[in-house]
Design a protein around this ligand. Structure first.
Ligand code: VER
Length: 250
């Protein structure tokens, strides 16, 4: 049953309540389970990071390009939020290659030559918004990724550290954030402060614009769908009972 949406609420509240069902679906998908339980084969986790690298690269270039947009400007803070550089350094660490050369690794070459449909769809949607007259729906994409990384990401980090032997923190910089207004690493309390700052920024940028609120809510649900799509591209863990037939070696 369609729920009634009260557009007088601030966008931060609308996004949280209006994407709760899509969050539930993404969180409980098979691929999310493999990821969060640290069950993905190490190479498959790297392949997932490579897809995220391109998603963030497309998103963050678009946010740079439209930094002055009034809806996007209050939450535009690449030195705090940008994930492209940290994902690149994690991939290089996990593959034990210099950062300048992971893009020629066979896993990446395969991803580029035959990109899975949902991965291509995610990048296309972001590029379409980057190129459009009204790029403000990019805020919905930034919200879905960054607030997710600042929330569930911290739980995932602990599981990955155990599974892939990364307990000294190397290879996990994707999940690290600087403190708001500082240079040190964020604790969970600092992450909450960043999330509150982000919500305030969204509310300030969107204000009382009901059309913008409705468009952002719709786009945030699209963003969750695109993330669920990415999870469907994950190859089952080779130790899993659901591997049938056996996966070819990477
Ligand atoms: Fe979510 N998430 N999440 N999440 N998340 C929280 C908040 C939150 C969790 C846990 C939590 C995704 O998946 C997971 C998102 C976005 C996303 C908690 C709070 C787990 C354990 C998983 C498992 C994979 C995914 C896939 C996404 C989107 C890419 C957002 C945007 C938020 C903030 C909600 C808000 O507005 O406060 C414990």
């Amino acid at each position: 049953m369609a729920s009634i949406i009260d557009l007088s609420l601030p966008i931060s509240t609308l996004l949280k309540t209006g994407t709760a069902a899509a969050h539930e679906k993404a969180e409980h998908s098979q691929g999310a389970g493999w990821l969060t339980r640290g069950e993905l084969d190490r190479e498959e986790y790297v392949r997932f990071l490579m897809m995220l690298y391109h998603v963030y690269d497309t998103l963050e270039r678009a946010l740079d390009k439209h930094a002055a947009n009034s809806v996007l400007q209050p939450t535009y803070n690449p030195s705090l939020l940008a994930r492209t550089p940290s994902i690149s350094s994690d991939i290089a660490y996990l593959l034990q290659t210099p950062e300048s050369s992971w893009q020629s690794h066979p896993i990446h070459v395969e991803l580029q030559s035959s990109p899975p449909g949902p991965f291509a769809a995610y990048k296309s949607r972001l590029q379409e918004l980057a190129d459009s007259q009204d790029p403000s729906p990019l805020l919905a994409h930034a919200y879905v990724r960054y607030l997710g990384d600042l929330s569930g990401g911290q739980f995932i980090r602990r599981r990955l550290a155990k599974s892939y032997n990364l307990e000294d923190g190397s290879g996990l910089s994707f999940y690290d954030f600087r403190q708001l207004g500082g240079t040190g690493s964020s604790t969970m309390g600092d992450m909450k402060k960043i999330k509150d700052w982000y919500r305030e920024g969204m509310d300030a940028g969107v204000g009382d614009n009901d059309d913008a609120k409705a468009a952002l809510l719709e786009e945030a649900n699209v963003a969750f769908e695109l993330n669920s799509g990415l999870f469907t591209t994950l190859r089952p863990p080779t130790g899993s009972a659901s591997v049938s037939p056996a996966q070819p070696p990477l």
